[in-house]
Design a protein. Structure first.
Length: 588
């Protein structure tokens, strides 16, 4: 680990504010960055974790039409719903905002004008699908059809969910309108601004081929393969719609900047908004400006459908922006996940194939979800979710291994040693070797967290937790207490010390139960900070934001000594065991 504290920006994918998010999205894009951010804060790095609701996409306007309401009403409803889920799940955003803020509009306008100035934007006439029944041009999400590359029959108008390829909507086969279902679409011409992607190929290739050994192979290979094809061409960034960020030029009042361009700018605009809220307008530069801090790193956590936007388009946009004299950091890593699937198919909010984020948090402990979704993390391939697997992992791994260990050791110490951490006798070779093995987890597990190998980190902590059970089986303090109280006190102290360390190793994945255990071990200051919401106002109105204050947090990635004689809190079980019948009842 680095000796000096590093500035790390954790950029989290911006979800559409068009419905309850599903556990596939949480597993792929929202839980992993929180685990990573919590670890990085514990080792002393300066973390800025930002994201927000994407308010400008056609999924929002489609949802408004379905619900017979306005896009603004849809945003208010689902933005607040996602923030509520983040609070319950414990996702520690330094700022979770949304894109319909004056700050975001300003930063988007600035990016647009800079790209125009540096020659990375140009005007051209585009042919586009037009639905004569709806009497309107069809933006990408308003048209579906068969993917021109893999033949997937329900491909979107801009990208295939099945193969991940980007294309022009006119390349779709069997195109149909999502508004009317009309398959007799017309092709009409309309003028738009285009991002000159062809101009970005050479600088992007130079960037992708330099110091990317830490990238996941699937992300690196996909990106390099797309760039080496040299098929990138101008991509329109405006649309004939009336919802979204305006074009900062006269004569384009009937058009808007399209969502795929403005949403990725959110990683920058959210950092700028955070700085303003902190009362230090320029502090965002410590994460973004390579002239101010060349050692800062930017991580973008996404699902695999967003890989081309974050490894090609967004870095290309930054290259185009920097051509005007700036020196903003390009992403250091884009640890994209594959899909969590259900019944062999991917989850989909737009297609109603969901297990709702907020719904499951009403029925099950958040740490149970954090554990299972990390154990299932689709880091290198798609992973199938089943309710039976959820039950088995909670009961047979989380409860039976870690939960029962904590319960029986703290319960025994509380009952037999007057509610205190017992004073140990001399530690023998077995005790010392065991503690050295657990202490080594700060290095082995820490390296895995740092490399965003979260599933492997969980597996290693679980193995170390099981080692405590093996140690106790060997020492058997439950029997020794009758014949050799000092030996029993020593082995219980050693086990409590190991549990105190394991609490920290588990903490990024299991923050709620680790905080609870921290209190039961007798500590009076919290491991983590607090999440909170506030309403922020600007020229576009008021908006709800989620924030995180880590002032007073004591969680450090270090093996401190558990004080003998420290008062213990009365032990209670950390986790609920799930019953088959109860699970079925809750699901019903």
């Amino acid at each position: 680990m680095a000796n000096e504290a590093r500035h790390i920006l954790v950029g989290v994918a911006w979800p559409y504010a068009n419905g309850e998010k599903h556990i596939g999205q949480i597993a792929g894009a929202y839980l992993p960055p929180d685990i990573f951010a919590r670890y990085q804060r514990m080792v002393g790095n300066h973390v800025l974790m930002v994201s927000g609701s994407d308010t400008h996409g056609t999924p929002v306007t489609l949802k408004a039409e379905q619900e017979g309401t306005t896009p603004a009403a849809v945003i208010d409803k689902y933005h607040a719903l996602f923030i509520d889920g983040c609070l319950k799940m414990g996702l520690t955003f330094d700022l979770y905002t949304h894109t319909d803020t004056q700050n975001h509009w300003n930063v988007t306008h600035q990016m647009f004008l800079r790209h125009l100035e540096t020659g990375y934007l140009y005007k051209d006439v585009q042919k586009q699908w037009y639905d004569p029944q709806a009497r309107r041009f069809l933006a990408d999400r308003y048209v579906e059809g068969t993917c021109p590359f893999c033949g997937y029959p329900d491909a979107r108008g801009d990208q295939c969910d099945n193969c991940g390829r980007l294309y022009d909507a006119l390349e779709l086969k069997n195109a149909r309108s999502k508004i009317t279902g009309n398959t007799e679409l017309e092709v009409r011409e309309t003028e738009h601004f285009f991002l000159d992607m062809a101009k970005m190929v050479d600088p992007l290739l130079a960037w992708i081929n330099q110091d990317k050994e830490h990238w996941r192979p699937n992300v690196l290979n996909f990106t390099r393969g797309q760039l080496e094809l040299r098929e990138l061409r101008g991509r329109p960034i405006t649309r004939d719609i009336d919802w979204g960020v305006t074009i900062p030029l006269p004569g384009y009042e009937g058009k808007r900047i399209y969502v795929w361009y403005d949403a990725v700018i959110g990683y920058l605009s959210a950092a700028i908004e955070w700085a303003k809220l902190m009362g230090d307008d320029e502090s965002w530069r410590r994460w973004w400006d390579a002239d101010v801090n060349p050692a800062a790193r930017i991580y973008n956590f996404i699902g695999k459908d967003n890989i081309p936007f974050h490894t090609i388009i967004w870095p290309g946009m930054l290259i185009g922006y920097n051509a005007g004299g700036s020196n903003l950091h390009l992403p250091y890593d884009v640890p994209a996940n594959e899909y969590l699937t259900l019944g062999g198919e991917q989850f989909s909010t737009s297609r109603g194939r969901v297990i709702g984020f907020n719904t499951v948090l009403r029925n099950f402990q958040p740490d149970a979800w954090r554990y299972v979704l990390t154990a299932l993390a689709p880091e290198t391939s798609d992973v199938e979710f089943t309710w039976q697997d959820f039950l088995d992992r909670v009961n047979n791994e989380l409860v039976a291994n870690w939960g029962n260990l904590v319960n029986r050791v703290l319960g025994f110490a509380y009952r037999r040693f007057e509610g205190q951490v017992p004073a140990p006798g001399d530690l023998d070779e077995v005790d010392q070797a065991f503690l050295a093995e657990i202490r080594a987890g700060f290095d082995s597990v820490g390296q895995l967290y740092d490399a965003v190998k979260l599933k492997a980190a969980l597996t290693e902590v679980r193995r170390l937790s099981q080692r405590v059970n093996q140690y106790l089986n060997e020492k058997a303090p439950w029997q020794a207490i009758r014949t050799d109280p000092t030996a029993a006190a020593t082995s219980i102290y050693v086990a409590l010390q190991a549990i105190d360390w394991l609490k920290l190793l588990w903490a990024p994945i299991l923050p709620h139960s680790s905080e609870q255990l921290h209190t039961m071990l007798g500590y009076d200051r919290p491991l983590f900070g607090r999440q909170y919401t506030e309403t922020v106002s600007d020229e576009r109105g008021s908006h709800l934001v989620l924030r995180y204050d880590h002032t007073g947090a004591t969680g450090r990635w270090e093996a401190t000594t558990l004080p003998a004689g420290q008062r213990l809190g009365e032990p209670v079980p950390l986790f609920e065991k799930l019953e088959e019948a109860e699970l079925a009842e809750r699901l019903a």
